[in-house]
Design a protein around this ligand. Structure first.
Ligand code: ADP
Ligand SMILES: O=C(O)[C@@H](O)C(=O)COP(=O)(O)O
Length: 427
């Protein structure tokens, strides 16, 4: 194993897997902690998907360290801590505390914080995170149901979460390329900084930063930072050149779309799917709370729809609707109720022969995958930047598109289905 990664949520992990596999690494995604002593002979990269982004910070640290230990024991040469390209976290963490603990585990050397993912509009300039052409704090992420992001200054945000001194390598240095970046790393380290936010405006910047991270024991960031890392191993003859997949074969069976993300992108995709004629059912959270709507009823509704189209089940609400739901039911309580309901629906549909699951939302995907008892995924073709099709390894044989809430073009759900090929019955 060349790269061992710990991701703080499931869609973040698939996003990272896609980047590593596009860059030629044979990549496996594990759901939850790898077994102690496990070896991954066929993988260049192993990404462990945790559900630690919004967990209490002691739990996030414990699970991340346990995963990292097992990856290092299995031979990982470089450790990568993957978090959201929009730095989703609270002042208590979990990015800072987990980065601290992984730095301790890997000998305390310098690391970077690089959330940028220009292909999806996430860039960092003077340490400030932009989403498209808006500052993070003016983007839809300010209304995130669990981690509202109100401060775009990542040095300030991260410094609130870590005891280690945070520094910034700004864009004029990044633009001068690998050698200048390495020199800046050394200067900041000598000045006592331990974790450096790196400005990044383009893929060229990502590749230069990746090259400068050759030999760094721990790297932290979004999936973008993985773009430049595989080449470091290729230069040393440890990695072959591989072609990206363009289609995925799926076992015969029906498809369903489950959307628990409230992001602007997902709400737009729901609208497009509905306008294209998808049968759609919206979760009514107060009806679920008082028992008048149930997962069993919702699953029965999906089963009753035409079998050649994917029914759409969604909970997605506008920021104002969310505020009022959360005010009456609590942020975590209402979120958990929605997640459990969608997960229960998925479990029931699996039992009824559904084999293609398109899930929108990171927390939602985590809940669904746990309910389906999927333990590992292989990575298929890219549907849109950051979102591949995946196929389960072990457990029930199904394909899944786990979409981070904010990712994907407006016609994402239609595009995803167009990449599927049904497996021959005797395969
Ligand atoms: N109508 C709703 N009321 C309350 N919480 C909701 C509602 N719809 C979704 N949620 C919760 O919002 C959270 C969305 O997070 P997630 O699934 O990670 O999406 P994203 O990828 O957009 O962040 C989940 O915990 C989900 O259960
Ligand atoms: O880095 C990203 O933006 C994604 O990989 C990701 O982690 C998004 O999280 P969710 O929106 O919660 O799926």
């Amino acid at each position: 194993m060349l790269i061992g990664a710990v991701a703080d949520d499931i869609t973040g992990a698939t996003d990272l897997c896609l980047m590593l596999s596009r860059e030629g690494m044979r990549t496996i995604q594990l759901i939850g902690l790898p077994e102690e002593g496990a070896l991954f002979a066929d993988a260049d990269a192993v990404v462990v998907a945790l559900k630690s982004r919004t967990a209490p910070s002691e739990d996030a640290v414990r699970d991340s360290v346990a995963a990292a230990r097992n990856l290092l024991a299995a031979g990982a040469e470089q450790l990568l801590f993957k978090y959201c390209s929009t730095f989703d976290s609270t002042d208590d963490g979990n990015i800072g505390p987990v980065a601290d603990a992984l730095q301790d585990l890997t000998g305390g050397g310098l690391t970077i914080a690089c959330p940028s993912f220009p292909a999806t509009g996430r860039t960092v300039y003077k340490g400030h995170l932009f989403v498209g052409d808006r500052l993070l704090s003016e983007s839809p992420l300010k209304d995130h149901p669990l981690t509202p992001m109100e401060d775009p200054d990542l040095v300030r945000v991260l410094q609130r979460q870590t005891r280690r001194p945070v520094g910034l390598v700004d864009w004029p240095v990044i633009a001068r390329g690998e050698t200048a970046i390495r020199a800046a790393f050394a200067r900041h380290e000598a000045a006592g900084k331990r974790i450096l936010v790196v400005d990044t405006l383009s893929d060229t910047d990502l590749r230069a930063i990746g090259a400068a991270c050759d030999g760094m024991k721990l790297v932290t960031g979004g999936s973008g930072i993985a773009m430049g890392l595989p080449d470091n191993f290729r230069k040393r003859g440890k990695l072959a050149v591989r072609k990206a997949m363009t289609r995925i074969t799926a076992p015969a069976g029906r498809a369903v779309i489950l959307a628990g993300s409230c992001s602007l992108a997902t709400r737009g995709q729901i609208e497009v799917a509905r306008n294209a004629g998808a049968a759609a059912l919206r979760l009514d959270i107060s009806a679920i709370a008082d028992g008048s709507q149930s997962a069993a009823q919702i699953a029965d509704w999906a089963i009753a729809q035409a079998s050649d189209r994917a029914p759409l089940i969604y909970s997605s609400a506008s920021p104002d609707e969310l505020l009022s739901i959360q005010a009456s039911m609590g942020r975590h309580e209402s979120g958990a109720l929605v997640e459990q309901t969608l997960a229960d629906v998925a479990r029931r549909l699996l039992q009824k022969g559904f084999t293609r699951f398109l899930v929108a939302g990171g927390e939602t995907s985590g809940a669904v995958i746990n309910a389906l008892e999927i333990k590992a995924l292989s990575i298929g073709p890219e549907i849109d930047p950051g979102v591949p099709w995946t196929r389960s390894i072990g457990g029930p044989d199904i394909v899944l598109a786990l979409k981070s809430g904010n990712f994907g073009a407006p016609d994402f759900f239609q595009k995803a289905r167009a990449l599927l090929e049904t497996e021959a019955p005797d395969a």
